[in-house]
Design a binder for this molecule. Structure first.
Ligand SMILES: [Zn+2]
Length: 101
């Protein structure tokens, strides 16, 4: 394989990873908007069943408490998406290092 072809392949891989990152970020934004709109007294994590204590001061969404839980809940798709984004960022960094050398 020629050097130019290898470079082109690496550029394509980086582009695909960046596109996937953008899609995941958009998915996270959409889901956060959905959570903000939930008018419930009791809030549960639909993935692990965790029930958040009712807190009239932050009713209805308890956004901050829910956000903290999502960042730690291994069954939540946002947690999984964040993990994937972290993995992809590492791959992109490694590929970019190879391109610079
Ligand atoms: Zn959960």
């Amino acid at each position: 394989m020629t050097g130019e072809k290898l470079w082109e392949q690496q550029r394509q891989v980086i582009k695909e990873l960046k596109d996937e990152n953008i899609e995941k970020a958009e998915e996270i934004k959409t889901l956060k908007g959905w959570i903000n709109g939930l008018p419930q007294l009791y809030v549960n994590c639909v993935y692990c069943g965790h029930r958040f204590k009712p807190n009239p001061e932050v009713f209805p969404s308890q956004t901050d408490v829910v956000r903290e839980h999502m960042e730690k809940c291994s069954t939540h798709p946002l947690f999984q998406a964040n993990q994937k984004i972290k993995e992809l960022k590492k791959v992109i960094e490694e590929l970019e290092k190879r391109l610079v050398v």
